[in-house]
Design a protein around this ligand. Structure first.
Ligand code: PLP
Length: 400
């Protein structure tokens, strides 16, 4: 039995939906994307949904719509997939990272509050939060805090009541990176709708996949029009194919992808439930393994959307050795996340060093994503857990 890190949950109906599109002349910007967008408005309750070519593209368009520009400061989290920070750098804004909550891995609201207060106060108080080194483009052009970009890590929403209190006090835009959280809920409110903009992603390991793709949701009329134009090479309503009111991109989602996504959205409830069932099996079978902590949910998370299943190993365990031994036993696992500030390009740009964000680094050192998809059966989960038990013996840090 080959156990895979992840696998898309596709039915014949999903495949047929793609084939049906290929038989028509409408391969881009046709009825499927419109229907896929409507499905997102219905599911999230957002006024607008804009399909795009990836989660990264979606986040980038939100950055543009929020008017984030050279030197604007955006407070965000270093414990994320890299694009939540990269999209700020695309616009030469300055990402200021604050450390995360050790339980959820989501941005720490107290640190966020301190950072925004100090950065807004200016002068000496900003020092603590700014990176060691600023890229030449930001030297002399630093502005004030413009936005917060929280990430709903592993499908669990960040603490948006706290985030919104800070945002309204300082008049900041909130861009919710909900790429991992489709179907998640914070105090009964759907992930993606907890900020001014929310973004979902549809890579094949996601809850819903389109191969590649993403979806922005927002209630902001003007921003929605602007983002629609930007994804389509900057063509505003009324522009012809060769007229470009704005500087834009080709961030369109094609009709085949949209058809697949739409077909998956019809099964969303089932897709989420299947993932939840696998997560429950993991929680049950891992409960006997002392050195491993399963994902922890907080009270505000009225529903987690299981995107990945990330365990945390005890301090006594060499996580990388554990991963290696599991690999030898044909169990694919992955350290997840690898902190953004320690990525080579970030170290080079900003001079980050080990120790700059201790909670993020500790999570980065002790987290391990296990094989996970809604298609797994309990037997596979049992095998993974058994192999973990066996591998832990070889992964003790102080073994003689
Ligand atoms: C938290 C987070 N943000 C952004 C993205 C980017 O999405 P994409 O790979 O579709 O560009 C991902 C994708 O894995 C993600 O997990």
């Amino acid at each position: 039995m080959k156990i895979r890190m992840s696998s898309p949950d596709l039915t014949d109906a999903d495949r047929q939906a793609v084939l049906d599109v290929v038989k028509t002349p409408n391969l881009s910007m046709g009825p499927k994307i419109e229907a896929f967008e409507r499905a997102f408005c219905e599911f999230t309750g957002a006024k607008y949904a804009i399909g795009v070519s990836s989660g990264t593209a979606g986040l980038h368009l939100c950055v543009r719509a929020a008017g984030i520009d050279v030197g604007d400061i955006v407070v965000t989290s270093p414990f994320s997939f890299v694009s939540s920070t990269s999209v700020l750098l695309f616009e030469k804004a300055l990402p200021v990272s604050v450390d995360v909550d050790p339980v959820t891995g989501n941005i720490d609201p107290d640190l966020l509050n301190q950072a925004v207060e100090d950065l807004s106060f200016g002068g000496e108080r900003t020092r603590r939060w700014l990176p060691r080194r600023l890229p030449p483009v930001n030297q002399g052009s630093l502005k004030s805090v413009k936005a917060i970009l929280p990430v709903d890590v592993f499908g669990q929403p960040a603490d948006y009541d706290a985030i919104q209190t800070i945002a309204s006090q300082y008049d900041l835009v909130v861009i919710e990176d909900s790429c991992e959280a489709l179907g998640g809920e914070y105090k009964g409110r759907p992930a993606g709708t907890l900020g001014d903009y929310g973004v979902f992603a549809f890579y094949p390991n996601k809850q819903v996949t389109t191969g590649e793709g993403g979806m922005i949701v927002t209630d902001d009329d003007q921003a929605a029009d602007f983002m629609r134009a930007l994804r389509n090479q900057g063509r505003a309503p009324g522009d012809t194919w060769l007229q470009h009111t704005h500087l834009g991109y080709n961030y369109r989602l094609d009709e085949m992808s949209a058809a697949l996504g739409l077909s998956q959205m019809d099964r969303l409830k089932d897709l989420l439930q299947k993932r939840e069932r696998v997560a429950d099996w993991y929680a049950h079978h891992l409960s006997r393994i002392e050195e491993v902590t399963p994902p922890q949910l907080v009270q505000n998370t009225t529903r987690v959307s299981w995107f990945v299943y990330v365990i945390r190993v005890a301090q006594t365990i060499d996580r990388d050795r554990l991963a290696q031994v599991l690999k030898e036993k044909e169990i694919p696992v992955r350290p997840y996340f690898s902190p953004i500030h320690l990525q080579p390009y970030m170290q080079k740009m900003f001079g980050f060093e080990l120790g700059d964000f201790p909670v993020t680094e500790d999570l980065g050192n002790r987290s391990l994503a296990l094989p996970f998809s809604g298609k797994m059966c309990e037997e596979e989960v049992v095998i993974v857990c058994q192999r973990i038990s066996e591998a832990l013996v070889a992964a003790q840090k102080f073994a003689s």
